[in-house]
Design a binder for this molecule. Structure first.
Ligand code: ADP
Ligand code: MG
Length: 347
C-alpha cells in the first residue's frame, strides 16, 4: 500500500477493506457499497409546538449518493436540507421511510451507521473551554477509537491547526473553529463526510481554503455531501446536485446534465461602428442594442450555431472588436425549477 501524504485522509476508506480497522463495524459490508447514502420514501413531520402547527419538513424524499461523489444538496431556506442531514447523522428521528448510510440501516444499526458518517453541523458549536487537542480526544473517545489508533495531531495538521492544538477554543477565529469542526467530524475516519452550510458567513479566502480541503478528502475516496447557499460554488465543486424545495427533491442529476437543461445562451458583441438600431441582419437573433457599440443577443445553442450569428454580423457589415458569451449557470436553473415546483403546487 502506497503512503498517503495527507494524514487526515490516510486510510479513510480502509475500514471497508481492512476488517481489523476500527471503528467501522466489523460486521459491515465486505464489498464497498455502490451508494454511500440511500434514502427512500423519507418523511419528517415535526410535531406541533406550543403555538406552531405540525410541519412536514421532508415529503417522500428519494436520494442516492454514489460512493466517491462530491454531492451538493441545494435549496432555499427552510427547504429541509438540515433536517435531511440531521436524520443521516442520527440527530433527528425520521417519521417514515428508509435510510441507509454506507449500506447500514440507520434504524436497525444506529451506532454502526453513525460510525460511517462524520457531520459538520450548520451551527458553530464548540465548547470554548476545551483546546482543539482535548476536543478531538473527547470525540475519538465518544466514537470508541482506541488510543493506539488516534491521530489527533495528524488530524490537526491536516486542517492547519497544529500550532493551535493547546489553545483554548474560544481564542480561535471563526475560520479556525470551522476547520476544527471538520477535524472533529473526521476523527473516527468515516467514509462519508457531511457539511451543512460550511461556508455561510465565511470570507472568500477561507471558503476557498475549505473547498480545497474538501476536494482533497474527496480525491482520497471520502464521499462528500454538502449544502451551500452559494450556487456558483456548488457548480464548480460538485459532480452531482440535488435540488430540494418544500421538503421535496425537484431535481437530481450530474451538474453537467442540470446545466444542459436550460437551452439558452447570451452573446455580447462589441463592434467598432456606431449603431443607432439593431441591424436588420441580426434581427432574427433576439438582439438588443445595449450601447452604441454593444449588441446583446439571446439564442438557443441547440438550434442556432454561433457561426450563423457571426455570418449575420458580416452581412451587416460590422467589425467585431470583442465577443463574449455568457453560459447559463446554476442560478438560472435553480430559479426555473423552484418556480416550477411552486406553480405545480398552486395548481
Ligand atoms: P433548511 O436547512 O433547508 O433551511 P430545515 O431542515 O432547517 O431547512 O427546515 C425545514 C423546515 O422544518 C422549516 O420549515 C423549519 O422551520 C422546520 N423545522 C426545522 N427544525 C424544526 C424543529 N426542530 N421543529 C419544528 N420545525 C422545524
Ligand atoms: Mg439548514
Amino acid at each position: 500500500m502506497a503512503d498517503a501524504t495527507d494524514p487526515l485522509t490516510t486510510d479513510v476508506i480502509s475500514p471497508a477493506r481492512d476488517e481489523a480497522a476500527e471503528p467501522l463495524p466489523s460486521s459491515g459490508p465486505h464489498v464497498l457499497p455502490v451508494h454511500a447514502v440511500r434514502v427512500s420514501g423519507l418523511c419528517k413531520t415535526y410535531r406541533k409546538t406550543g403555538r406552531g402547527s405540525a410541519k412536514l419538513a421532508l415529503d417522500n424524499v428519494d436520494l442516492e449518493i454514489p460512493r466517491g461523489s462530491l454531492f451538493g444538496l441545494l435549496g432555499p431556506n427552510g427547504a429541509g436540507k438540515s433536517t435531511l442531514i440531521n436524520i443521516l447523522a442520527g440527530l433527528v428521528t425520521k417519521s417514515a421511510g428508509e435510510v441507509r448510510v454506507w449500506d447500514i440501516d440507520i434504524t436497525e444499526r444506529p451506532r454502526d451507521a453513525r460510525a460511517a458518517i462524520g457531520v459538520v453541523p450548520q451551527e458553530l458549536s464548540i465548547d470554548p473551554f476545551f483546546t482543539p487537542r482535548e476536543l478531538l480526544d473527547l470525540q475519538a473517545g465518544l466514537f470508541g477509537v482506541p488510543l493506539h489508533r488516534r491521530r489527533t495531531m495528524a488530524v490537526l495538521e491536516a486542517v492547519g491547526l497544529a500550532d493551535k492544538a493547546d489553545a483554548y477554543a474560544r481564542t480561535l477565529s471563526g475560520g479556525m473553529r470551522r476547520r476544527l469542526l471538520v477535524a472533529k467530524a473526521m476523527v473516527h475516519r468515516p467514509p462519508v463526510l457531511v457539511l451543512d452550510e460550511p461556508t455561510a458567513g465565511v470570507d472568500i479566502e477561507l471558503r476557498q481554503q475549505l473547498w480545497a480541503h474538501v476536494r482533497t478528502l474527496n480525491r482520497a475516496g471520502v464521499t462528500i455531501l454538502l449544502t451551500t447557499h452559494y450556487l456558483e460554488e456548488a457548480e464548480g465543486l460538485c459532480d452531482r446536485i440535488a435540488i430540494i424545495d418544500h421538503g421535496r427533491v425537484i431535481a437530481c442529476d450530474t451538474t453537467q446534465a442540470l446545466l444542459r437543461r436550460i437551452d439558452s445562451k447570451m452573446l455580447t458583441l462589441t463592434v467598432s461602428e456606431t449603431l443607432t438600431a439593431v441591424p436588420a441582419a441580426l434581427a432574427p437573433f433576439d438582439a438588443e442594442l445595449k450601447d452604441r457599440h454593444i449588441l446583446v443577443l439571446h439564442y438557443k445553442p441547440s438550434t442556432t450555431p454561433v457561426g450563423a450569428i457571426l455570418g449575420a454580423v458580416q452581412t451587416a457589415g460590422l467589425t467585431l472588436v470583442d465577443l463574449m458569451t455568457d453560459e447559463t449557470d446554476l442560478e438560472d436553473i435553480f430559479l426555473q425549477l423552484t418556480r416550477g415546483s411552486r406553480a405545480r403546487e398552486q395548481g
